[in-house]
Write a protein that binds this ligand. Structure first.
Ligand code: ACO
Length: 336
C-alpha cells in the first residue's frame, strides 16, 4: 500500500494589520481584555482589491517551491475554505493562478476551522486509493468579510490568512500520516453559524410555494453568530478526546509527540488542551498573538512559520487538531 508525506509548506497574509487598540476605537473593548481572554494582539485583514484566491495561490506557490515540485506536476488542489470568492468553488481559480497545465481536479472543502485537517486526510485518501501523486492542500479564509464589526464578542477574534502544504505519494515505510479522527455535530450549529439569511428562508418556506412569491429574493449570508462560552467548552472537551483517539489508533501517546499544533482560536483553549494531554508549553505551537483566529488557515500558517524558523524539523511528530463551526472537529498525527 502507498504512503503519503508532507513535503513543503507555504503561507501568505494580507498587508493590513489591525491591532487590539484599533478595534477599541470601533467597539467597547480594550487591548487588555482581548489579550487576557484570548491571547490575540493583532490580526491581518483583507482590504481594498485584495483577493483571498490570490493569497491562497501565493501560499501554494511557496509550498511548491519548498517541496521542489513543479506546478505542472500537481494532481489535485484542495482549497479548504468557508469563505470562497465564488459560490461554485474557488479551487479552480487557484489552479488557474498557479498555471497547472494538466488541469488537476480542484475543489473546495467547507469545514470551517477543521477544514485543513480534513483536507490533509482527504489528500491522503486520494493518494492511497485514487492514484494521485501530488496534492496541494490549502487552508484559506477571510472571516473578516462575515464579521459583524459592531459585535465585540466575535469581531476581536478573527483574522484573514492562507497556508498550504504539498502532500506527495511515497512508499508505505515513509508514510507521514499515522492516524486521524474526524467528527461533526450538526446540533451544535446553533452555537456558531453564518447562515443563509433567515428572512429569505422564512419567505421561501412560509408561502408553501405560492407563485405570487416568485421570483425568490436574492439570497445572502448572515454575519457570524457565536455563543463563545459554548464553543469554548466544546473545544476543551472534544479536542483532547480526538487527539487521544488518534494517538491510540497510531499506537502512540503524548510523549511521542514533538509538537502540539492546534487550530489557533484562543490561547486559553490551547493551554487547556495541552494541560489535559500533558504536553509541556515548550512543545506547543502558537502564533495566535499575531494573527487571531484565521479559520482553515491557522494550522498551515502556524506550521509554515514553525518549519521556516527551524522549530519543526524533518522527522518531527506533530499532533494537529482543528475545531469549529459545523460543529466540526478532528485531529491527525503526522510526521514532517
Ligand atoms: N471586550 C470587552 N468586554 C467583553 C468583550 C470584549 N471584546 N466581549 C465580551 N465582553 C464582556 C461580556 O459582555 C461579559 O461582561 P459581563 O460579565 O458584564 O456580562 C464579560 O466580558 C465576559 O464575557 P464572556 O463572553 O463570558 O467571556 P469569555 O471569557 O467566555 O470570552 C470569548 C469570550 C473570548 C469569545 C471566548 O468565549 C472564546 O474564545 N470562545 C471560543 C470561541 C472560538 O474559539 N471559536 C472558534 C471557532 S471559530 C470558527 O470555527 C469559525
Amino acid at each position: 500500500s502507498k504512503g503519503c508525506k508532507l513535503l513543503g509548506s507555504g503561507s501568505a497574509i494580507p498587508s493590513l494589520q489591525v491591532s487590539n487598540d484599533d478595534l477599541a476605537k470601533i467597539v467597547d473593548t480594550s487591548d487588555e481584555w482581548i489579550s487576557v481572554r484570548t491571547g490575540i494582539r493583532n490580526r491581518r485583514v483583507l482590504s481594498g482589491k485584495d483577493s483571498l484566491t490570490n493569497l491562497a495561490a501565493e501560499a501554494a506557490r511557496k509550498a511548491l517551491e519548498m517541496a521542489q515540485v513543479d506546478a505542472d506536476d500537481v494532481d489535485m488542489v484542495l482549497m479548504c475554505t468557508s469563505t470562497p470568492e465564488d459560490l461554485f468553488g474557488s479551487a479552480p481559480q487557484i489552479q488557474k493562478a498557479l498555471g497547472c497545465k494538466k488541469y488537476p481536479l480542484s475543489y473546495d472543502i467547507t469545514a470551517a476551522c477543521s477544514g485543513f485537517v480534513l483536507g490533509l486526510v482527504s489528500a491522503a485518501c486520494h493518494i492511497r486509493g485514487g492514484g494521485f501523486n501530488n496534492v496541494l492542500v490549502i487552508g484559506a479564509d477571510s472571516l473578516s468579510r462575515y464579521v459583524d464589526w459592531t459585535d465585540r464578542g466575535t469581531s476581536i477574534l478573527f483574522g484573514d490568512a492562507a497556508g498550504a502544504v504539498l502532500v506527495q505519494s511515497c512508499d508505505a515505510e515513509e508514510d507521514g500520516l499515522f492516524a486521524f479522527d474526524l467528527h461533526s455535530d450538526g446540533d451544535g450549529q446553533r452555537h456558531l453559524k453564518a447562515s443563509f439569511t433567515e428572512n429569505d428562508i422564512d419567505h421561501a418556506v412560509g408561502t408553501n410555494g405560492a407563485i405570487s412569491d416568485f421570483p425568490p429574493r436574492r439570497s445572502s449570508y448572515s454575519c457570524i453568530q457565536m455563543n463563545g462560552k459554548e464553543v469554548f467548552r466544546f473545544a476543551c472537551r472534544s479536542v483532547p478526546q480526538s487527539i487521544e483517539s488518534a494517538l491510540q489508533k497510531a499506537g502512540l501517546d503524548g510523549s511521542n509527540i514533538d509538537w502540539l499544533l492546534l487550530h489557533q482560536a484562543n490561547q486559553r483553549i490551547i493551554d487547556a488542551v495541552a494541560t489535559r494531554l500533558e504536553v509541556p508549553p515548550e512543545r506547543v505551537i502558537s502564533n495566535l498573538a499575531n494573527y487571531g483566529n484565521t479559520s482553515a488557515a491557522s494550522i498551515p500558517l502556524a506550521l509554515d512559520e514553525a518549519v521556516r524558523s527551524g522549530k519543526v524539523k524533518a522527522g518531527h511528530m506533530i499532533a494537529a487538531a482543528g475545531f469549529g463551526a459545523g460543529l466540526t472537529w478532528g485531529s491527525a498525527i503526522v510526521r514532517w
